[in-house]
Design a protein. Structure first.
Length: 438
């Protein structure tokens, strides 16, 4: 059960002062002048009028720029969640915002009932960048996951010859790709699936990072696809052993099964490569992208595949009113250009290595494990401490992060972060952790 938000009392006094006054013309926060609702009132309003399907860290944000966010009292924080890796390019990146502004007053939506002058340009750009024949544009990550499943099933019937309604897709324990009925049908987390059955048929689940289990599963002639996160994000940044992804590709190729890489959270520079699968130089049959594909500015997702797979779906068999809209296309191209032009994958690789090495210096009686790749990292807190309490104290010290699965805290700042900023964040994390011993 979620705690009633009215009980989430902020632990620092300035939380109740009021909200930042905004310029009426621009909507931007103005200096330090505060007025109107307090943070507590903001919490209460959400609790009263919104569904209780989230349990946020109690901080009321009103502005973001680069690696920083500000609360309604104009207090600045380092963002170490990056909206679950949706703002790899940093909050409100000027190039992405400019692209949105340029397009928003011209044409925002046509639906796919008509051609637009931008969709083909975007499709050419993204397919050439990632080296696939075709892209199917969608809006959210979970929509792209659903799209990939439909593509795999259709390919299985048309190309592999699987009997009608017999197609199977294999997933792994601990996976997370959203909260639609299909997504939770593949979940092993009771919080996600309990009370929402019946579930999607044709989904099978095997252990993660287990090539022997995959070898057995894909020998079933009715298996059309294997969908996997190269690193499991929501599960707590679970990194498979070196060679796992190469083994996945080999087994899928050998058994005529589509290798589907869910790169919604791990892709687009987050782990130190353009795609996480690039660490092992493998090429999945289907790639799912989302989150940072818009730099956190607009919901944009995509599925990449070659013609043999993508052209299995014909007009009328799949689509989205908003998928591939002109505004999304313009924003996505700018977001991808930022990743390439600013070499953010390289920055992620370099600073991620530095971050992990420094985190390992924190006493093991506080942090028992550090893991990750690039700037997708997690620390595992020793059992005597609460990850939630640690995150509250990190907030008090100027850094925002979020627990996952009890004792794990994900650390994933925007990829634009600099080494001096990382060093300052390490001081905050070290100060916070050692404060629990005092």
């Amino acid at each position: 059960m979620f705690r009633t938000l009215s009980k989430l009392k902020p632990s620092y006094g300035s939380m109740t002062q009021g909200v930042v006054k905004r310029n009426k013309a621009s909507g931007q926060p103005m200096s330090n002048v505060v007025t109107g609702d307090t943070a507590e009132q903001i919490f209460q309003r959400e609790a009263k009028y919104g569904a209780h399907n989230y349990h946020p860290i109690p901080v009321a944000l009103c502005k973001g720029k680069g690696v920083y966010v500000w609360d309604v009292n104009n207090r600045k924080y380092y963002d170490f969640l990056s909206a679950y890796s949706a703002v790899n390019q940093g909050h409100c990146h000027p190039k992405i915002i400019e692209a949105l502004k340029d397009q928003v007053g011209i044409l925002t939506l046509t639906s796919r009932a008509f051609y637009s002058d931008i969709l083909g340009e975007y499709e050419e750009y993204i397919t050439k960048l990632f080296g696939y024949d075709k892209v199917l544009p969608m809006n959210t990550g979970v929509e792209s996951g659903e799209t990939a499943c439909k593509l795999a099933r259709k390919w299985g019937y048309l190309k592999k010859g699987i009997p009608k309604n017999e197609a199977k897709i294999v997933f792994v324990e601990g996976n997370f790709w959203g909260r639609t009925l299909s997504a939770i049908s593949s979940s092993t987390d009771p919080t996600s699936y309990e009370g929402f059955g019946p579930f999607m048929p044709g989904f099978e689940i095997i252990p993660y990072n287990d090539l022997n289990a995959l070898n057995v599963a894909v020998q079933d002639p009715n298996v059309c696809g294997f969908m996997v996160e190269p690193i499991q994000g929501e599960a707590g940044v679970m990194v498979p052993h070196q060679g796992y992804l190469r083994g996945v590709q080999d087994l899928c190729n050998r058994n005529n099964v589509l290798f589907i890489a869910d790169e919604v959270q791990t892709g687009l520079g987050r782990t130190g490569r353009r795609l996480c699968v690039d660490h092992e130089n493998v090429r999945p049959d289907i790639v799912i992208l989302g989150k940072a594909l818009s730099g956190g500015v607009f919901p944009v997702s995509a599925v990449l595949a070659d013609d043999e797979i993508m052209l299995c779906i014909k007009p009328g068999e799949h689509g989205s009113t908003y998928g591939g809209n002109p505004l999304a296309c313009r924003v996505a191209m700018a977001a991808l250009e930022v990743l390439e032009e600013e070499h953010l994958a390289e920055n992620s690789e370099k600073l991620g290595n530095f971050l992990r090495e420094e985190l390992k210096k924190i006493p093991s009686n506080l942090i028992k494990l550090v893991r990750g790749k690039g700037l997708l990292n997690a620390i595992v807190i020793t059992k005597e401490y609460s990850a939630w309490d640690v995150c509250l104290r990190l907030r008090d010290n100027g850094l925002l992060a979020k627990p996952t699965h009890g004792d794990i805290i994900r650390l994933a700042p925007p990829l634009t972060i600099t080494k001096p900023q990382i060093e300052e964040c390490l001081e905050i994390i070290t100060k916070t952790m050692t404060s629990f011993q005092q």
